[in-house]
Ligand binder design. Structure first.
Ligand code: ATP
Ligand code: MG
Length: 393
């Protein structure tokens, strides 16, 4: 009899469709899962037929933590906790009876759904369901078989090494494995939006590096720590990352001194783009990510975004562009960044906000206003003051 320790089956999502480089997607995903599970004990992780098997090796594994981690790995569409057993109807029934006893107690009807990945198995999937279902109906007389609207569905999978019994799977994090979507620099503020936009691009497989602008003494150490904490929360999904901290005080003071107030925010945002881009180029990253959403504030009107984009030489990805604030907030809660984002520390953007920001800026006017500044010199100096922190899960 093989040991009946609970394990996880991770079902791949879109990865399955990527016929061309499916192999590298799978390898990346398996290595991401392994990496993520390292801190929860010793697990064997391998892939067969578009399913990743996660098997705890021994008693010291933290199964609950591992389960949560697996649910945060991008590229996994669904996860199920399962128990393996011998590939006999007898063993499958025994396993279902014990493992799903609680679920059976709470159910009034059930059905069995089977999958035969091992085509050598003597019964086909319909026959497996019938035999297992018949046996279970006898052992749990209070439940009836209902193939249309059962309270409980028992899943049986006959696979290479063993048969697996599990209750319905739950959704995984979806998306693509981190590392398969390229490398980008995300502009991370302490607000609600940019952690969500970062998360959304990571879910599309993008490996992230963060840039955060600080304006001491106008912004505090707590504001910076808050951003590092947001980055740390994101590492649960995307693994460890570097956060670049760039001093922004001088740039803001120079803008305030020399440029019309109505363009203040726009010119500031153009500096952010230039600096983030410089970091991206150095890191070999190919895009920038921001948390902007159309019309949310004056600097996020279509014309304002155009003025900002004009200084970018690489794609600026804005995954929140078409989202409402309520949707962004819902996501922030789901991914666990909301509570940190709402801590009340001043961000550099809120330090000098114009009373009447221009919402329909003319690119040429902004450029002229900006020419009062030594743009290159200010950028170079800010980059000299850059420091970075490696944030780990
Ligand atoms: P957020 O909630 O992300 O702060 P926001 O609605 O406050 O966004 P803005 O303050 O206009 O909008 O900032 C727009 C985007 O610019 C942010 O989503 C973020 O990507 C970037 N950004 C703003 N401030 C900073 C900062 N101090 N450091 C790094 N990036 C920033
Ligand atoms: Mg903000």
């Amino acid at each position: 009899m093989m040991h009946n320790q609970e394990m996880f089956l991770l079902k791949l999502g879109e990865v399955v469709l990527k016929g061309l480089n499916r192999r590298s997607f799978e390898d990346k995903l398996v290595s991401n899962v392994r990496w993520r599970l390292k801190k929860h004990g010793s697990f064997q992780v391998y892939i067969r037929q578009s399913t990743i098997y996660v098997e705890p090796q021994g008693e010291d594994c933290d199964l609950e933590a591992a389960w949560q981690s697996c649910r945060q790995v991008f590229g996994v569409a669904a996860v199920a906790r399962a128990v393996p057993c011998e590939k006999t109807i007898e063993a499958i029934v025994e396993t279902a009876q014990t493992y799903l006893a609680g679920q059976f107690a709470a159910a009034r009807s059930f059905k069995v759904e089977s999958k035969r990945a091992d085509k050598q198995f003597r019964l086909n999937s319909i026959q497996i369901s019938q035999e297992v279902g018949g046996e279970l109906a006898e052992r749990f007389p209070h439940v009836t078989v209902d193939v249309h609207h059962p309270d409980l569905t028992v899943f049986v999978e006959i696979r290479e090494k063993a048969a697996y019994v599990h209750a319905p799977s739950v959704p995984g994090a979806g998306g693509l494995p981190v590392g398969m979507g390229g490398h980008a620099v995300s502009l991370l503020s302490g607000g609600l939006d940019s952690p969500v936009s970062s998360w959304m691009m990571a879910r599309r497989g993008v490996e992230l590096e963060m840039v955060h602008f600080v304006s001491p003494p106008y912004t505090s150490q707590q504001a910076q720590d808050k951003v590092l904490e947001l980055a740390r929360l994101l590492t649960a999904y995307c693994g460890r990352m570097i956060v670049h901290i760039i001093p922004f005080t001088e740039i803001q003071e120079e803008i305030r001194k020399h440029c019309p107030e109505e363009y203040f925010t726009l010119i500031m945002r153009r500096f952010m783009m230039r600096l983030a881009q410089a970091v991206a180029k150095k890191a070999g990253a190919k895009a920038l990510i921001t948390g902007e959403s159309l019309g949310q504030v004056a600097s996020q009107t279509m014309m304002a975004l155009g003025v900002t984009d004009a200084v970018a030489e690489m794609p600026v990805l804005r995954p929140l562009i078409g989202m409402d604030k309520v949707e962004i907030i819902r996501l922030a809660r789901e991914i666990g960044t909301f509570d940190t984002s709402i801590l009340p520390y001043e961000d550099c953007c809120t330090v000098f906000t114009p009373r009447h920001p221009c919402t329909r800026p003319d690119p040429e006017d902004v450029r002229k206003a900006e020419s009062a500044l030594d743009v290159e010199g200010l950028v170079a100096k800010a980059l000299e003051g850059e420091s970075w922190v490696r944030v780990k899960p």
